[in-house]
Design a protein around this ligand. Sequence first.
Ligand SMILES: [Zn+2]
Length: 271
Amino acid sequence: MRIVDRIQVYSFEFQRNILMHHRFAYAMRVSCLFTRIVTVPFVALLPACGTVRTSGVKNTSKTFSTVVVDAGHGGYDSGAFRRYGPEKMVTLDVAQRLERKLRESKIKTVMTRDSDVFIPLNDRVTMENKENNAVFVSIHFNDSPKRRTPGIETYYHSAASVELADRIQQKLIAIPNSADGGVHTANFRVLRLANCPAVLVECGYLSNRSEGNQARDSEYRELLADRIAEAIVEERYGAGAYRPPPEIAAQLKSQTEPASSGTNVAPSGSL
Ligand SMILES: [Zn+2]
């Protein structure tokens, strides 16, 4: 209902971009799977489902000095609005925590929004492309009509973004009991038009009871931000460059203790 109201006010293009990563992400994955099954003999010709941009993007993933942190949605655009939402509030909270951690790691940051305001997608693109030596990380939470669907997912568009997307995903799914929704290509505008490595993280499904409950937990949001920060810092400076706060390190260690020999103090440092 809310969506129908909005369509009367805002352009189709805007709606398409806002909604695509939520309502159609599942459909895109099914479509991707179907394509692969049907075209098994030609699978070599389809290394990824979607278009991977290979030119016009400066690969700054090993040199960047700035991270543009994008909190999804805002203002009248609430994003996913489940009982665990609205999405715009949890994206802002994780983005602010991430931004603080990056600054503490001596990395310059730019926030596309730092309060509950609406920022058009084109303005977000302008902000990400204004920086000379940056990477772009957008924070979202997912939604699905299928309440049982769980999973953290990371999206990218350009080839220069693949490594950062993979690293963030690996760090996030190292969180105990997290579900791996995979790394995927997507045509989201903030990724498609980026001149630098750009990724969009779906930090779990608000429509899923377990992940929705986690999203409401500030300690869990702190953990999400910490894992993303570690991935970004290690992408720039190498494995082991990030020092998580003691409480996060203890949390990760205690939750993985039974399966570990106890000698590895960085259980998530697998990359
Ligand atoms: Zn979103």
